[in-house]
Design a protein around this ligand. Structure first.
Ligand code: F6P
Length: 364
């Protein structure tokens, strides 16, 4: 057994299914495997800014196996409040990074496990370097855009939710001879759209990685409606641009900008170009909630165990990753490399084209 340690774990960025499964695996491995203490930090780095530090000791009762099934994160999370540019009430920004580092010292942590997407992991790495904090990262995001890993926690559940939405839209589309447009999340990454579109049998899939022509999309839908079936299913990622090349976005009350609305833009244009009746569903945050799928639970469990083992081995500044059905670790820097961009030989793109799914970039 290694020397007794106290470690911290936090969730940062947008939540997703499977975060509690990671926390449970961290606690199980650290407590049962090594006899360590684990503190769960509330609200990401925000908990480390509070005095006293907002954290709770986790044990096998509070973080037991029931957590595998539990959506959200028991620790809370935030995708606002970068401690290097912390928002002030007057609209200004303040560097509060030293307070966060001090919070880690106050908790007496020997190491920190950060569960986050690329943005959160970049902030945590900067804090770790500034404060000399031993850090291990665990990738999570429904967007699946963290570099260095094939899968991030939460992606599979989001794809499952989007696929189920297509399953529910298809019969009503067919009953009413309609074109149904489903807008899914993913920021600038089209992986949810592509995977769910194929799994759900979409006729058109539009992703930010592939520029599209609305005329190509309309021609494909018209061909379908005059041929094999009188309806169509279009899946579009929220980060797809409009015909002026701009994102369709919305400024929220707190000043941050979120994508959303390209589905409605497409719905109107497709109706004009094809004469079809269109309806639009924006799936939104339901993709982030709900029980994690078995594979998200599995990856989450493997990641949690691996992260604790890395700390036991004294190996820091690492990212746990999933590749070829194996858990491994890579330099944390790998998280910020472009994630699997859709190369022309991408398996799923080839599959979509092979199934005559229109990707908007060529006449089928
Ligand atoms: O990064 C995860 C994600 O769900 C994106 O797919 C989406 O664009 C964004 O977060 C939404 O952010 P918010 O929760 O702030 O609305």
């Amino acid at each position: 057994m290694t020397t007794a340690k106290t470690i911290g774990v936090l969730t940062s960025g947008g939540d997703c299914a499977g975060l509690n499964a990671v926390i449970r695996a961290v606690v199980a491995r650290a407590v049962k495997g090594y006899g360590w203490r684990v503190f769960g930090i509330h609200q990401g780095t925000r908990g480390l800014l509070s005095r006293p530090v907002d954290a709770v000791q986790l044990d096998l009762d509070s973080a037991g196996a029931a957590m595998l099934r539990l959506a959200g994160t028991i620790l809370g999370s935030t995708n606002r409040g970068d401690p290097f540019a912390y928002p002030l009430p007057d609209g200004g920004r303040q560097d509060r990074s030293q307070e966060v580092i001090e919070g880690i010292r106050l908790l007496g942590l020997d190491a920190l496990i950060g569960i986050g997407g690329d943005g959160s992991l970049a902030i945590l790495r900067r804090l770790a370097q500034q404060g000399g904090i031993p850090l291990v990262g665990i990738p999570k995001t429904i967007d699946n855009d963290v570099g260095g890993t094939e899968s991030s926690v939460g992606f599979h559940t989001a794809v499952m939710v989007a696929t189920e939405a297509i399953d529910r839209l298809q019969p009503t589309a067919a009953s009413h001879d309609r074109v149904m447009i489903l807008e899914v999340m993913g920021r600038d990454c089209g992986q949810i759209a592509l995977a769910a579109g194929i799994a759900g049998g979409a006729d058109v899939i539009l992703v930010p990685e592939i520029p599209y022509s609305i005329d190509v999309v309309a021609a494909h839908i018209s061909k379908l409606r005059h041929g094999t079936h009188n309806f169509a299913i279009v899946v579009v990622a929220e980060g797809v641009r409009n015909d002026s090349g701009a994102h369709v976005e919305r400024r929220q009350a707190m000043g941050n900008v979120t994508y959303g609305g390209i589905g409605h833009v497409l719905g109107e244009t497709i109706a004009q170009l094809t004469g079809a009746e269109t309806r639009v569903t924006v799936l939104g945050h339901v993709q982030r909630g709900g029980q994690p799928t078995w594979d998200d639970r599995l990856i989450a469990s493997a990641f949690g165990v691996q992260a604790v083992d890395l700390i036991a081995e004294g190996r820091y500044d690492r990212l746990v990753a999933w590749r070829n059905r194996r858990v491994l670790d890579v330099p944390l820097l790998a998280a910020f490399e472009p994630a699997q961009r859709m190369a022309s030989d991408d398996t799923l793109l080839r599959t979509a084209r092979g199934l005559d799914i229109c990707l908007g970039d060529q006449t089928m």
